[in-house]
Design a protein around this ligand. Sequence first.
Ligand code: GDP
Ligand code: MG
Length: 179
Amino acid sequence: LSVRPTTVRLVFLGAAGVGKSALIRRFLHDLFDHKYTRTVEELHVLEYDTAGCGKMRLEILDTSGSYSFPAMRELCIRHSDAFALVYAVDDPGSFEEVRRLRDEILELRGGKSAPITVVGSKADLTEAEGRVLQAGEAMSTVEGEWAADFVEASARTGANTLRVFGSMLQQVNLPHRLS
Ligand code: GDP
Ligand code: MG
């Protein structure tokens, strides 16, 4: 008999403007808009029906990308069950931020791996529209070197958005129907 947790906390980390809030909004409301609202920090709480293991409480923490107090970020990392580290395919600096965040998570939690899903956001962008990071290269770093999950997704089109959350629930061994 395996005991399922009753609450799972998913946290979204990444540079400002990469599309963290947009991904969460697409997941929760199936909506997208072009406006950019600077998030301070927002916690979404919902009841989630797992595939066959009853209902549970799902907490989704949307962060701002910049913590003025390192201690807050440390608390957030210690108290989360799975991490989405988000970069945007048109922002190489945001991939470097993902690298730093992963290092920080591993250092704080100890060990060689953590429940991390790296998300290449704004996957709808073509090279003409500003894409500079290719999925293949990012995937070989993330899956090959880091042994973390990798998903390219677009909150704008909705492509793979569910897969992001499915991957995070998978990381904490929760049955789900998201793919
Ligand atoms: P956050 O700071 O990481 O929460 O980023 P936001 O979710 O607020 O998004 C920042 C900006 O990027 C907004 O203007 C969004 O409209 C835009 N954006 C977010 N997701 C996508 C996407 O999938 N595709 C495109 N083309 N733009 C996006
Ligand atoms: Mg935001």
